[in-house]
Design a protein around this ligand. Structure first.
Ligand SMILES: [Zn+2]
Length: 708
């Protein structure tokens, strides 16, 4: 979808500060004294056993709520486990060998167009159009999501190729995960293939043995056509916010379909590579069975302003600025980078580059001839400090305030080479991506810069600043979406790459422009759109979902993420009990470890009560029930007690060690095993054990050996 794809947050911000232990209350309004606050209605807190039924119910309900919240949050991104292909029940069990086209969005049919990935299948052949990331996933430790590919297992043998519309990560980012599992050549324009090779080159994990990346570069300017399985493929040039953007024309045995890819119809693009409207009109005249049209901003009126409006603004700012100039933009927006280079050169300034993704993409673009930089224009970032301030322009990433981006580090005063100062000018040549929370990140960053006396230009204030625009969208507005329909004159219309509600708007627009309602389909992810020369219908759906990926590129299970969310919400309490097998007595004082719950040093009274409670629980129940039962009861009891005392439901992990006689027994989740030492008394054994716990804990908890 968007212009956003580069400079993606390395270490995406999460709402919870995972490593910072909040001083105590985790943000909840509470009195200073941890004891006696928020007693449950039973007024029975502190007593073990019955008499507090209402409160116990409340504790269980509270814990259930936390679990449900975590589940809800994570299930927005659940994978396809347990799902099967379901077809029209009237036709259950039939073998699908009908001469019809199946179009299935494994991604891209929801949100703002995320993890875009569309399967097109005809009898024994299939191609995949785009294969992107979902960059909008906001879960602890998760970098992005990719489409669940369970469905591809069953059609692996049919797969003939991946066809790429353009090189944004939400269209290509999942390729290094998915292509090794389902190998096939990747087709695209020269720039798109350059991007594909770049992301494979930068991918954090090794490729499986024997895997070979196969790419096919196609010329989008010459209407070159290649046979891919039973299909013929052609790419057609279109304007967007990255070079080499194309429509995919797929000629199938039942007719022609066109996937527009992300687009706008810029009459005056910065690289002068206009949309090949002539070819689109020609294809339309020859006949188009179905148009799959990108829908990101199909609810925006009018036309999107031309990208060429930005160049005069850049020149104007460069003329005005008294000192150094920092230009922040998306690294894949190579045409903007080129126009900054042009403006800098014509103002006799040198350019320094900062930001890993920017340098990587620019290197690729220079190698393939997409960017022209006069010799001697680029200087290393490390030498900026020694150059006259008014001679330098720094192009960098971080226009969204992404943590760890070049600009954000400069603003925070953490950059290795650059200290921002009075008379510096910073230009954010982008807009906050909607519905991401980037607004707040940008606000904080700009505040930091203004504190340092830096002059900051933002697009949203350009009228206030009396300058031209600093950003235009890479996506079309309604008049351009309508023009696409008019040019291609499709029989059937399928909106793709956008939120369901915006796709519905796009359908209404298509109907206004002569497409019968019955010839349109607003599909969800996983829906099977069946297309014949006469008919379009949704006939069922296939397993689909989101698979979560962390910083390293590794897949993370939803269950793990659910636990992380719960830990982040409520924290964790572990109780470690060492019990004499014969007497059933505690051999040492109960050991209590908590993280993210409350700061125990400040809650001495509560801790004393808690220990007393644990002693009581052991005395009352240990000898009477089986060990497993005891641990379950202990967990419930502790959950109840802590809820009564604090109105919270941390994850509770009981660890029970039994000394004397048989084997030592650990508790569930985080079991600890230790050998009984025959020569020592139970008390000595218990002390040894506790010492080992301390050591182990220090190791586990980052050398933090404190007891709290
Ligand atoms: Zn895009």
């Amino acid at each position: 979808m968007n212009e956003s794809n580069q400079g993606q947050p390395q270490g995406s911000p999460t709402p919870q500060s995972r490593n910072n232990r909040p001083p105590q209350n985790g943000g909840r309004p509470q009195g200073g004294n941890n004891n006696n606050r928020n007693r449950g209605p039973s007024q029975n807190g502190g007593n073990s056993g019955g008499g507090s039924r209402a409160s116990r119910g409340a504790a269980i309900r509270a814990q259930k709520r936390t679990q449900e919240d975590a589940t809800r949050l994570v299930n927005q991104y659940s994978d396809a486990s347990g799902q099967t292909v379901s077809m029209d029940p009237k036709r259950a069990n039939f073998i699908d060998d009908q001469p019809r086209l199946k179009i299935i969005g494994l991604g891209g049919m929801d949100e703002g167009g995320a993890k875009n990935m569309i399967v097109v299948e005809y009898m024994n052949d299939a191609v995949i159009m785009d294969c992107g990331e979902d960059l909008g996933v906001d879960l602890p430790g998760i970098n992005y999501g990719i489409a669940d590919t369970t469905y591809l297992e069953g059609i692996k043998h049919k797969l003939r190729g991946y066809l790429i519309t353009h090189g944004h990560l939400d269209h290509i980012g999942a390729l290094p995960h998915i292509v090794p599992k389902f190998p096939a050549p990747i087709y695209g324009s020269k720039f798109s293939i350059g991007r594909v090779e770049e992301i494979f080159g930068n991918f954090g994990l090794p490729m499986p043995d024997g895997f070979e990346l196969r790419t096919v570069t196609m010329n989008e300017n010459t209407h070159e056509r290649l046979k891919v399985g039973v299909f013929f493929v052609e790419f057609v040039r279109i304007t967007h916010s990255i070079p080499g953007s194309t429509c995919i024309v797929l000629d199938t045995p039942i007719g022609r379909i066109i996937n527009t890819g992300d687009f706008r119809l810029d009459p005056n693009p910065l690289d002068h590579e206009k949309t090949d409207t002539e070819r689109l009109i020609q294809l339309g005249n020859e006949g188009v069975l179905a148009l799959l049209s990108e829908s990101t901003t199909a609810d925006r009126l009018g036309r999107t302003p031309s990208e060429s409006l930005l160049e005069p603004t850049y020149t104007e700012i460069m003329k005005k600025a008294p000192g150094r100039i920092f230009m922040a933009m998306f690294s894949t927006n190579i045409n903007r980078v080129q126009s900054v280079i042009n403006a800098a050169v014509s103002n006799n300034k040198k350019i320094a580059l900062d930001g890993r993704s920017l340098v990587s993409t620019l290197e690729m673009a220079v190698r393939h001839g997409f960017v022209r930089i006069p010799k001697g224009t680029i200087v290393p970032i490390a030498s900026v400090a020694n150059m006259p301030d008014n001679s330098i322009v720094i192009v960098c990433t971080g226009s969204q305030g992404e943590p760890n981006s070049a600009l954000q580090r400069m603003a925070a005063g953490e950059h290795k080479h650059i200290k921002l100062k009075i008379q510096d000018t910073v230009v954010l040549s982008s807009s906050p991506i909607p519905e991401t929370g980037n607004d707040a990140l940008i606000g904080t960053m700009v505040d930091d810069m203004v504190h340092k006396g830096v002059h900051v230009y933002e697009h949203r204030n350009h009228e206030l600043d009396g300058i031209g625009p600093l950003h235009v969208s890479g996506h079309a507005s309604q008049d351009e979406y309508a023009e696409m329909i008019q040019m291609t004159k499709p029989k059937f219309f399928i909106p793709i790459y956008g939120a369901y509600r915006v796709k519905q708007r796009h359908i209404e627009l298509a109907i206004e422009h002569g497409i019968p309602r019955t010839n349109t389909a607003n599909a969800d992810n996983g829906d099977i759109i069946a297309l014949t020369p006469d008919k379009i219908e949704i006939i069922g759906n296939v397993p689909h979902g989101t698979v979560l990926v962390d910083q390293t590129g590794a897949i993370v299970s939803n269950i793990v993420v659910k636990d992380r969310v719960m830990l982040a919400e409520e924290g964790l309490v572990a109780v470690i009990l060492t019990i004499d097998k014969k007497t059933g007595n505690l051999l040492t004082s109960p050991d209590i470890i908590s993280r993210g719950f409350i700061y125990m040093r400040d809650s001495e009274e509560l801790m004393n009560e808690f220990r007393a409670e644990l002693r009581r629980a052991v005395a009352q129940r240990f000898k009477r029930v089986e060990l497993d039962r005891f641990k379950v009861e202990l967990r419930e009891h502790v959950t109840h007690f802590l809820y009564e005392q604090t109105q919270r439901s941390p994850i509770v992990i009981p660890v029970v060690n039994i000394i004397g006689g048989g084997k030592p027994v650990g508790g569930p989740a985080g079991d600890v095993q230790s050998k009984p030492e025959v020569a020592k008394s139970p008390v000595e054994q218990a002390e040894d054990l506790q010492k080992r716990f301390q050591q182990m804990r220090a190791k586990l908890l980052n050398q933090d050996a404190r007891v709290d």
